[in-house]
Design a protein around this ligand. Structure first.
Ligand SMILES: Cc1cc2nc3c(=O)[nH]c(=O)nc-3n(C[C@H](O)[C@H](O)[C@H](O)COP(=O)(O)O)c2cc1C
Length: 171
């Protein structure tokens, strides 16, 4: 069966889903979900995300040069979904969705407290990637909360998500 080329990525699913938190120069925080995400280097540790050029997240990353990749667990699906709704620039999706922001350890962008892991990142490069821009981030600090017994959310497409299921061993 031939696939509709405009929706090809829907078969590359489920995808890791993250909430990226940022701050602008005036101190307004922001958060948005992204699922076009991948690790690209282990040493140095580098992460890549693809973003449409109009995202406030991108504007803030350009302003401050940093961002936090928050890994959302299953308990914050509703809040993650709320963070995906467009709000005027300067209005914080973190506060509007009922999530809690806290100071990051090595970057100016805030972390989202309810996440289960955090990657604090500094902007490494921006690359052209078709209708998305590829943002490369150097991970300067990575931390997880072992106390939170939650599975990470995966994005299937649109409003559909799932959780990691059965573990399969090869050796
Ligand atoms: C689960 C999910 C995944 C998303 N993934 C992406 C993505 O990878 N790249 C992108 O540009 N937008 C993505 N979006 C859309 C943005 O999150 C959405 O447009 C958001 O309002 C952008 O917020 P901002 O303008 O504050 O950055 C996704 C939305 C959802 C709900």
């Amino acid at each position: 069966m031939l696939l509709d080329l405009s929706k090809w990525y829907r078969t590359l699913a489920p995808r890791t889903t993250v909430l990226v938190s940022t701050i602008d120069k005036k101190g307004n925080s922001n958060a948005a979900p992204f699922s076009f995400v991948m690790p690209v280097s282990t040493n140095p540790p580098v992460i890549a995300m693809a973003m449409v050029s109009t995202r406030h997240t991108l504007a803030n990353i350009r302003e401050t040069g940093d961002f936090v990749v928050n890994i959302p667990g299953e308990k914050i699906l509703a809040q993650l979904w709320a963070c995906g709704k467009p709000l005027p620039k300067g209005v914080s999706e973190i506060k509007e969705s009922g999530l809690t922001e806290e100071r990051a350890k090595k970057v100016s962008s805030p972390r989202i407290k309810e996440a289960i892991a955090w990657y604090e990142c500094k902007l490494r490069a921006e690359l052209e990637g078709g209708d998305h821009l590829i943002i490369l981030g150097d991970i300067v600090l990575a931390e997880s909360d072992e106390q939170k017994d939650e599975k990470p959310l995966l994005h299937i497409g649109g409003a559909d998500f799932c959780l990691p299921g059965k573990n399969l061993k090869t050796e």
